[in-house]
Write a protein that binds this ligand. Structure first.
Ligand SMILES: [Zn+2]
Length: 144
């Protein structure tokens, strides 16, 4: 699929108090961020088979989970620096040109979590980031 085609990429982030956090935790305040990633591959329709032309087929590839510790400085904005978020997304296999709205979403949510009264005395801020991307031409080649 062409990279410029609009597609239903999805990204949401939320605090997850029931997330299983490793026993060894950092000594300063940290986010523990689990990325759940799902990829959807649109199947190219064969235009010679007209009887199938109305149908859409997709293949969904299983969910990967990646986890990261990131320091939380408890500041007003950019508790998770945008460059950090982008590098996590790249490790999760999200092409750069799909990252902008995801970085906004994750950055905003991280700031909410870092500054919530509810989290004032917590050393570990567990967060889930759930992503679903439609694979495009650059998907299996360049993620950089
Ligand atoms: Zn692309």
């Amino acid at each position: 699929m062409d990279c410029s085609e609009p597609v239903d990429d999805y990204c949401e982030a939320w605090q997850a108090d029931n997330l299983k956090v490793p026993e060894k935790i950092p000594s300063t305040d940290h986010f523990f961020i689990a990325f759940q990633i799902e990829r959807t591959y649109p199947l190219i329709m064969d235009i010679n088979h007209e009887e199938e032309a109305e149908e859409e087929f997709v293949r969904v590839e299983g969910t990967d989970i990646l986890a990261f510790w990131e320091p939380c400085p408890r500041i007003e904005h950019e508790n998770l620096p945008r460059g950090k978020i982008s590098s996590m997304l790249s490790k999760a296999g999200v092409p750069l040109h799909k990252q902008e709205f995801m970085v906004d979403r994750i950055s905003g949510r991280a700031d909410e979590i870092a500054n919530a009264d509810y989290n004032k005395d917590k050393k570990v801020l567990p967060m889930i980031v759930s992503i679903s991307v439609v694979a495009c031409f650059c998907y299996d080649t360049a993620v950089c």
